[in-house]
Design a protein around this ligand. Structure first.
Ligand code: CP3
Length: 327
């Protein structure tokens, strides 16, 4: 999940001097911010500091990330003709700063913890590209898929090929695992989910050259985990609305990542500990649970609470990994 960011004073100190995209595009700074949560709160993995929207930006869309307004594209995609504005030629070259940041981060981490790289799923990228800004109803993207299904599929195909290239290059550059975020999968009906989201995630998973790097798929809000059981991925991410015991039973042997409500970090320490224990106990014994929040960490969380959570997980998870020793 998002683990670097505005809740850390050390991040805000860098952001005061540098705008968000410049931070993503400066490997030195991206590496520094990536490693902050490892040093400060003690997480077991680093997640490369970047954003899912660097792909549409590299395809030619002007991106702005304005604090309090979120990401915006001034000239969103609304028709078949608009697709001509998108170019995927030389995409990997235009995103070279991402791969440079990976190499530098790996050097700096020196094997301390693994590095996770990520991409938005085609559906979630398309939502941002068509809406152009934050939305409550998702009416523009839904108009688009219902009125211009051909254009929607052409866009999703283009994005899928871009994501395959992008994630393969991330793995080649040194990422130890990759995660596909489908943040807006949960706004679709079950049939639309298959047609506009899962079909493309499946296409991507089939084409990843992983060299053993685990692939994590997080379709937020999709509680029918059994639907994901045919994906060629190693880990399924869940948010906090799904019972992790059920997810484990439905996931066809895949690992599960999640599923603490990020707002638990606003609770008193005893509640943080109790909720950690609850999630661990619901998963139960054995390996295959990547403890995580069910979505990104929120900007006004106290770093002390985030660190307390990590400490609780490290302490309380041990008993779920102990093997039965025969007498
Ligand atoms: O170090 C890490 O943990 C990596 C961080 C990370 C960011 N974006 C940094 C970021 C990750 C994994 C992302 C992915 C991302 N970006 C997603 C998928 C994950 C999810 O949260 O669902 C999405 C939907 C985006 C699009 C996006 N970018 C949003 C919704 C926002 C927040 C807008 C806001 O102002 O709160 C961003 C901006 C963004 N990306 C920030 C960070 C740290 C905040 C920008 C800032 O510093 O001002």
């Amino acid at each position: 999940m998002r683990q670097a960011g505005r809740y850390l004073p050390e991040y805000r100190a860098i952001r005061e001097k540098t705008d968000f995209l410049k931070l993503c595009k400066t490997p030195e700074l991206a590496a520094e911010v990536t490693i902050q949560p490892v040093d400060i709160i003690g997480v077991d993995a680093a997640i490369l500091f970047s954003d899912i929207l660097v792909i549409p930006e590299a395809m030619g869309m002007a991106l702005e990330i304005i604090e309090s307004k979120g990401p915006t594209f001034d000239d969103p995609i609304r028709s078949f003709d608009d697709l001509n504005r998108l170019s995927t030629d030389g995409l990997i070259d235009r995103l070279k700063y991402v791969f440079d940041a990976i190499k530098l981060t790996k050097e700096r981490l020196a094997g301390r913890v693994p590095l996770i790289g990520f991409s938005g799923a085609p559906w979630t990228l398309a939502v941002y590209m068509v809406e152009g800004k934050g939305t409550k109803n998702f009416d523009q993207i839904k108009r688009f898929i219902y009125n211009e299904p051909k254009a929607a599929h052409t866009l999703l195909e283009k994005l899928s090929d871009a994501v395959v290239e992008y994630l393969n290059e991330k793995i080649r550059s040194g990422c130890d695992a990759v995660q596909i975020f489908d943040t807006w999968a949960g706004i679709l009906s079950p049939t639309d989910l298959d047609e506009f989201s899962l079909r493309y995630i499946s296409y991507i998973c089939d084409r990843l050259e992983t060299s053993g790097a685990p692939v994590i798929v997080f379709p937020k809000g999709v509680n029918d985990t059994a639907k994901l059981a045919s994906l060629k991925c190693d880990v399924i991410g869940i948010d906090w609305t799904k019972d992790i015991a059920e997810a484990r039973a439905q996931a066809g042997g895949r690992a599960i990542q999640g599923n603490l409500d990020p707002c638990v970090l606003f609770a008193p320490k005893e509640k943080i500990r109790q909720e950690t224990e609850r999630v661990l106990a619901r998963y139960g014994s054995g390996s295959g649970h990547i403890f995580n929040l069910g979505h990104g960490i929120l900007p006004n969380v106290a770093p002390e609470n985030a660190k307390y959570l990590v400490d609780c997980v490290k302490e309380l998870s041990i008993k779920y990994h102990e093997r039965a020793v025969s007498p």
